[in-house]
Design a protein around this ligand. Structure first.
Ligand code: PMV
Length: 317
């Protein structure tokens, strides 16, 4: 199809979800799979999403996708003509893989092309926060930053991303627990528990910040065993925070039994996906085989190495 192309990556949070909303650092990795958007000329502004079979027009008081499109188009004050956006979504929604942010970044890159706006990837990630806010109220910004920039990054709210050097490729296995979750609902639940018992939640956030720092050092040293151990520690803190579920914990247990160096939920929790770190490709294959007996979807990806390969229906992007 002719038109201007945009791309947004999915992401996994290696460590630091939720505490990142409260100013602590997080480590996240961009995925090969994600979203592609094409912007072309049209009679009216509209956005069609496949495979969801959804079409929306921009609206200020409509369903979230219409409002998000309105927010994206509002970035282009001088634009003369309407745009038709065709969006191919290669990620499950509500899974903790940053689907909404990947759509936002892809749409804004396509619109940048259509309207001749030059932005760096990191600038595009930052302006995409306007899109994410429609879905999540007060997002930290980690999803849209990683969707635009990719690689492995350290993210701090208000400061943006810093690329993280890592000594060895990371073989990761992702598995879906079978139920979707709403990031907004889970983040609001954490906010309620923080309001009810600030000292407890602040202790958890501080503990996770220490794990993120240790994990970053392990990454730089190529010490996957140490990185995996910190991921396991982070899962314990997420359980104490109240965002894990029995289905996620069953998958985490399976992954460890099958030899994972570390395993934890990824993203908001309350459903959605977990991520396991494997020692190498052969170990990842064993872990994925085990997880696929329980999970509704699995895939393996090597961050810093070859692209995703997948046993689910979605194409890699
Ligand atoms: O569930 P996801 O993929 O939208 O990830 C959310 C990450 C949180 O830290 C829970 C929220 C945020 O805004 O950073």
């Amino acid at each position: 199809m002719s038109g201007f192309l945009g791309r947004g990556r999915g992401k996994v949070i290696l460590l630091g979800e939720h505490s990142v909303v409260y100013g602590r650092p997080a480590l996240a990795a961009g995925l090969e799979r994600g979203v592609r958007a094409t912007a072309s000329s049209a009679e009216e502004d509209a956005m069609a999403l496949t495979p969801w079979d959804v079409r929306v027009t921009p609206a200020q008081d409509d369903a979230p996708l219409g409002r998000a499109l309105f927010a994206a188009l509002s970035l282009y004050a001088e634009r003369g003509a309407p745009a038709a956006l065709d969006v191919e979504v290669g990620l499950p929604g509500g899974a903790g893989l940053g689907c909404s942010a990947a759509i936002g970044v892809a749409v804004i890159e396509a619109l940048d092309g259509r309207y001749g706006v030059a932005r760096t990837a990191s600038e595009r990630g930052a302006v995409s926060l306007a899109w994410e806010k429609v879905f999540h109220g007060s997002p930290s910004g980690v999803d849209n930053a990683v969707a635009a920039v990719g690689g492995v990054v350290r993210f701090v709210r208000g400061e943006g991303v810093t690329p993280v050097a890592f000594g060895r490729p990371l073989p990761l296995v992702v598995a879906h627990s079978g139920t979707a979750s709403s990031t907004k609902v889970v983040v609001d639940g954490v906010r309620d528990r923080w309001t009810a018992d600030r000292p407890k939640m602040e202790r958890i956030f501080d503990a996770i910040a220490g794990l993120v720092d240790a994990a970053e050092k392990a990454l730089a040293a190529g010490d996957l065993e140490a990185l995996g151990a910190r991921m396991n520690d982070n899962q314990r803190e997420l359980e104490a925070m109240g965002v894990s579920t029995p289905a996620l914990e069953a998958l985490v247990g399976d992954a460890r039994e099958a030899g994972a160096l570390g395993a934890k939920l990824t993203g908001a929790g309350g459903g959605g996906c977990m991520v396991a770190l494997a020692a190498d490709a052969a170990a990842a294959a064993r872990i994925e085989a085990r997880l696929s007996t329980r999970a509704s979807m699995t895939f393996t990806t090597t961050v810093g190495g070859s692209a995703d390969r997948s046993d689910d229906a979605g194409d890699d992007r």
